[in-house]
Design a protein around this ligand. Sequence first.
Ligand SMILES: CC(C)(COP(=O)(O)OP(=O)(O)OC[C@H]1O[C@@H](n2cnc3c(N)ncnc32)[C@H](O)[C@@H]1OP(=O)(O)O)[C@@H](O)C(=O)NCCC(=O)NCCS
Length: 139
Amino acid sequence: MLITDLQPPHYDDAVQLWEAAGLTRPWNDPEADLLRAVQSPSSTVLGGLIDDELACTAMVGHDGHRGWVYYLAVAEDRRGEGLGGLMMDACEQWLRRQGAVKVQLMIRETNTEVLNFYERLGYERSDVEVRAKWLTTDA
Ligand SMILES: CC(C)(COP(=O)(O)OP(=O)(O)OC[C@H]1O[C@@H](n2cnc3c(N)ncnc32)[C@H](O)[C@@H]1OP(=O)(O)O)[C@@H](O)C(=O)NCCC(=O)NCCS
C-alpha cells in the first residue's frame, strides 16, 4: 500500500469511505472539512492506495504541540489486514515531521468497537472532558 497526501482524483472516494464507515454526521460537511484540511499547512488528508484504489484514509493536523487524527477509515472489505494500523503509523510520522509531540483523537461514545484497536496501538484514555460550542449560529 502506498500512503501519500490525498490527491484531487481521490477526494470523492475519501468522502464516500467516510460515509460508508459511518463517520459523517448531517451537521458536518465532509467535503468542506477535507478541502480545509488539504489547503492548510498544519493539516493534511492521507490516503492509502492499493492499485490506485483508495483502501483507507485519515485526516491529520496539529496546533504546534498536539496533533489530532480524524476520519480514520478503512474500506470494509479491507479491514483486519493491518491497514488501519499502518495509516495511524503514517499519521504519527507526519506529526513527528511537523514537530508535534503528542497525538490525540476523539472517539464517539457509541463507537465502542474501535476502543480495542486504539488500545493495541498504545492510545490511552485521557482524563479530560471535551466541550464544544457552535460558532455558526446565534443561538
Ligand atoms: C477502526 C478501523 C480503522 C481499523 O482498521 P483495520 O485495518 O481493520 O485495523 P487493523 O487491521 O490495522 O487492526 C489493528 C489491530 O487492532 C485490532 N482491531 C481492529 N479492529 C478491531 C475491532 N473492531 N475490535 C477489536 N480489535 C480490532 C486488530 O485485531 C489488530 O490487532 P493485531 O495487530 O494484534 O492483529 C476500521 O475498523 C474502520 O475503518 N472502522 C470504521 C471507522 C471508524 O470507526 N474509525 C475510527 C473513528 S475514531
